[in-house]
Write a protein that binds this ligand. Structure first.
Ligand code: ADP
Ligand code: ZN
Length: 217
């Protein structure tokens, strides 16, 4: 099953994507994570991506499409993937369809997580992520804290704050999201794969699990 998760930054799409990936035993492909990995390794691609990401702007389509295209040639993707943060533009959506089409596949379902703005901003400003790439657990200092502050419950690694999780970059990321998502909603609505998910209580500790239950219903 090929799933494309849509949702604003901080909507919980990343957490939901991870849960979905585990439940369906499919790889979780997050372009944001892929870029952050390159930035950490200080590769040329990382440096280039960082010049956009740190400002809350989108990395250019060509670059983004190429890394996803490469990832989708891996053997672990043949039964499906959970895409998180890609596509973000119509050009990317079209490119994805083309890549999948060449493999005789298609996007099966596109859940869109709908969460109020205030919750989003609150969430991002309080977000902490496990620095261990294999784990990547996401916490919220207010709503979903780790047992020991600054330490991951699951693996014990240090929790870190993303550099683009600051008020200025968030504002920009939300604007960029709104501007681009309209095209994607239209695109996937026409293909009859869009499903709107509105978590009943988005601040509940198990909000992401609930969203996933809703998606798999
Ligand atoms: P969020 O959804 O919270 O913004 P992501 O980890 O999905 O977080 O993305 C972080 C940043 O990485 C984005 O603001 C953007 O700069 C870049 N990025 C991620 N995915 C894409 C994409 N598909 N196209 C362009 N830029 C991307
Ligand atoms: Zn961890």
């Amino acid at each position: 099953m090929y799933i494309v998760m849509l949702g604003a930054p901080g909507s919980g799409k990343g957490t939901a994507a991870k849960i979905l990936a585990k439940r369906l035993n499919l790889p979780h492909i997050s372009t944001g994570d892929m870029f952050r990995e390159q930035i950490k390794k200080e590769t040329e691609l990382g440096k280039l991506a960082d010049s956009y990401i740190s400002k809350g702007e989108l990395v250019p389509d060509e670059l983004t499409i190429n890394i996803v295209k490469d990832r989708l040639t891996w053997d672990d993707t043949k039964n499906g993937v959970i895409l998180d943060g890609f596509p973000r533009t119509k050009a990317q959506a079209e490119a994805l369809d083309k890549i999948l089409e060449e493999q005789g596949k298609k996007v099966d379902i596109v859940p869109e997580l709908i969460v109020p703005d205030q919750v989003i901003i609150d969430r991002i400003l309080n977000r902490a992520t496990c620095s261990n790439k294999e784990c990547g657990a996401i916490y919220n200092i207010k709503y979903k804290p780790s047992k020991v502050p600054g330490v991951c419950d699951i693996c014990g690694a240090k929790l870190v704050t993303r550099t683009d999780d600051n008020a200025e970059a968030i504002k920009n990321r939300l604007e960029v999201y709104r501007k681009n998502v309209q095209d994607l909603l239209t695109y996937y609505k026409e293909k009859n794969v869009l499903v709107s998910i509105t978590p009943k209580d988005p601040t509940a500790e198990n909000a992401s699990e609930q969203a996933v239950d809703e998606i798999l219903k």
